[in-house]
Design a protein around this ligand. Structure first.
Ligand code: G3P
Length: 214
């Protein structure tokens, strides 16, 4: 399973890439707003650090305007993936961008029917928001399982990015379901590695090493 970092924070991205486990980055307007930096320079900086796809979201609401924004962003780098919201305008954009060979990440997916239509329109990726479904007492990972099943039934090439990840179990279940990608906040990446027995073990080995005759 590929790991994308769901952040626009340069320090977090640098750390994740240095760990050798980050395959890409996803951003959205809310994540960009936290950084208080110029939008295009920030995206360019992220692209210069990350050796893979970087999702950048369009913010227009009409298809023609969204395509215009998408074409501008896609010019920056071939690693730019255009994030498009799932609605009828968004579907038109996905189809147009697929014809132009521009990759898309269809976002705000909350149902299997949305994921099926996005794939039919030619989406490169879809992003089911599992945490936000759990927040309203739904089952976000069950949605991922259903989408994987549907894509498998019809051999769609669209890849599933498990998004709105809140904790390591989301990540582990995504891998068990064979999801293609999990996009995770940096805080979750840290939690994936933490284990008290590892910390105790390292401490004990270091103490015993002091007692070894050298
Ligand atoms: O990738 C989607 C993600 O940014 C949404 O996460 O935590 O705002 O639901 P969250």
């Amino acid at each position: 399973m590929k790991i994308f970092l769901d952040t626009a924070n340069i320090e977090e991205i640098k750390k994740g890439v240095a760990y050798g486990v980050v395959d890409g980055v996803t951003t959205n307007p809310s994540l960009l707003a936290k950084e208080n930096k110029g939008f295009i320079p920030l995206i360019e900086e992220i692209l210069s650090i990350v050796p893979g796809p970087v999702s950048v979201e369009v913010t227009a609401t009409e298809a023609d305007e969204m395509v215009k924004q998408a074409r501008e962003y896609a010019k920056i780098s071939e690693n730019v993936v255009i994030k498009v919201p799932i609605n009828f305008e968004g579907l038109k954009v996905v189809k147009t961008l697929a014809d132009l060979d521009i990759k898309t990440n269809v976002t705000l997916i909350f149902s299997t029917s949305q994921a099926l239509l996005a794939a039919k329109a030619g989406a490169t990726y879809v992003s089911p928001f599992v945490g936000r479904i759990d927040d309203i007492s739904g089952n976000g990972m069950a949605l991922v399982e259903d989408i994987m099943q549907i894509y498998d039934n019809y051999t769609f090439d669209t890849e599933v990015i498990v998004a709105s990840v809140r904790h390591p179990l989301h990540f582990v279940h995504a891998a068990m379901m064979g999801a293609h990608i999990a996009t995770i906040p940096f805080s979750t990446l840290s939690k994936l590695l933490d284990h008290p027995l590892t910390d105790i073990g390292i401490q004990r080995f270091l103490e015993d090493w002091k007692k070894v005759k050298k």
